[in-house]
Design a protein around this ligand. Structure first.
Ligand code: NAP
Length: 266
C-alpha cells in the first residue's frame, strides 16, 4: 500500500446495487484511483472486494479503508467485525480501519485497544477515526500508542472544518474529507460556480481542488457514473490560484449534510 493517502479516493456510501458497486470500484481503479472507502455499515464490502479483485491494479498499490459500526465497538465485537470485513473484502489485510462514529458502544480505552491489537496481529495496517470532536481526538491521541493515520469527517465549502483541519496539521495525520461534493450540491454554491467558470472546470472539480489544496487534506467523492468518476479524478490537474481559494475560504454560510441526534456534535 502507499504510505500517504492519494489526494482523491472513491467513496461508496449508498452504492448499493452489487453489480453497479463492483463495476464502479473496478472502473475507478482502472482509471487511476488508489484509495477505496467503504464501511461495514454500507453493506457493500462484498461488491467492493469484487471490484478490487477485478481491477487491473497491483493490490499493494491500493489503500482500502473500511469502518467498524457504532454498535460493534466493544473490544470483542470490534475484533470480530474487523475480521469479518477483511473476509468480505477478500483481503489479507485491511489497510485502514476507522472507528465509524464515537458513540453507543465506543469507549476510548476498550475500542482503541482492539484496534491496536488488530494492527499488531496483522488484520489491519492503520488506525483511523471518523466523526470525532476535538476533545474526543485528544482523548484518542492520549490512549493510542501512536498517532492515528487519518480522521474522516464531512468537509466541503459549506462545512470547512477549520478547527479539525488545524488539529490534523498540528498532530500530523490526514483529514479525509467526506461528502466533499456536498452530496452533489456544490453546483449550487455561487462562489464555487464562479471559480469553475473561470477555469473551464466543473463545480465538483473546484470543490475537490480546493479541499486537496489544503495541507493534510484528501477527499473521497462517491460516484457510480464513469463520467463523474473520471471528472472527479481529473480535479488533480486543476490548480486554483490564491484569489480562487480566498473566495471559497470566505464563504460563511454553513450546511451539514450528515447529521442525526446521536452525532457527537449534537
Ligand atoms: P459526495 O461524494 O459529496 O456526493 C455524492 C453525490 O454526488 C452522488 O449523488 C453522486 O452521484 C454525485 N456526484 C459525484 N460526482 C459528481 C460530479 N462530478 N458532478 C455532479 N455530481 C456528482 O457525498 P457522500 O457519498 O456522502 O460522500 C463521499 C463518501 O464519503 C461516501 O461515499 C463514503 O465513502 C464517505 N462518507 C463517510 C461518512 C462517515 O460517517 N465517515 C459519511 C458520509 C460519507 P453519482 O453517483 O450519480 O455520480
Amino acid at each position: 500500500m502507499t504510505d500517504d493517502l492519494p489526494e482523491i479516493g472513491i467513496g461508496t456510501y449508498e452504492n448499493n446495487d452489487p453489480v453497479v458497486c463492483e463495476e464502479s470500484v473496478e472502473t475507478a481503479l482502472n482509471l487511476g484511483y488508489r484509495h477505496v472507502d467503504t464501511a461495514e455499515g454500507y453493506e457493500n464490502e462484498d461488491a467492493v472486494g469484487e471490484g478490487i479483485a477485478a481491477a487491473d491494479v497491483d493490490r499493494e498499490d491500493v489503500l482500502v479503508a473500511t469502518k467498524v459500526s457504532p454498535d460493534h465497538l466493544t473490544y470483542d465485537a470490534a475484533v470480530e467485525h474487523a475480521r469479518e470485513s477483511r473476509e468480505r473484502l477478500r483481503l489479507d489485510v485491511v489497510d485502514l480501519l476507522y472507528v465509524h462514529w464515537p458513540i453507543r458502544t465506543y469507549a476510548a480505552e476498550d475500542t482503541l485497544a482492539a484496534f491496536e491489537d488488530l494492527r499488531d496481529d496483522g488484520v489491519i495496517r492503520r488506525i483511523g477515526l471518523s466523526n470525532f470532536r476535538v476533545d474526543q481526538l485528544d482523548e484518542a491521541l492520549e490512549v493510542l500508542d501512536s498517532t492515528p493515520f487519518a480522521h474522516q469527517v464531512e468537509c466541503h465549502p459549506l462545512l470547512q472544518q477549520d478547527e479539525l483541519r488545524a488539529h490534523a496539521r498540528e498532530h500530523g495525520y490526514t483529514l479525509v474529507a467526506y461528502s466533499p461534493l456536498a452530496k452533489g450540491e456544490v453546483s449550487e454554491i455561487p462562489e464555487v460556480v464562479e471559480v469553475a467558470e473561470k477555469h473551464d472546470a466543473t463545480p465538483a472539480q473546484v470543490s475537490l481542488a480546493w479541499l486537496t489544496g489544503k495541507e493534510n487534506v484528501v477527499a473521497i467523492p462517491k460516484s457510480e457514473s464513469e463520467a463523474h468518476i473520471r471528472e472527479n479524478l481529473e480535479a488533480r490537474d486543476l490548480e486554483l490560484d490564491d484569489e480562487d481559494e480566498a473566495k471559497i475560504d470566505a464563504i460563511d454560510r454553513e450546511k451539514r449534510y450528515v447529521d442525526f441526534e446521536e452525532a457527537p456534535w449534537n
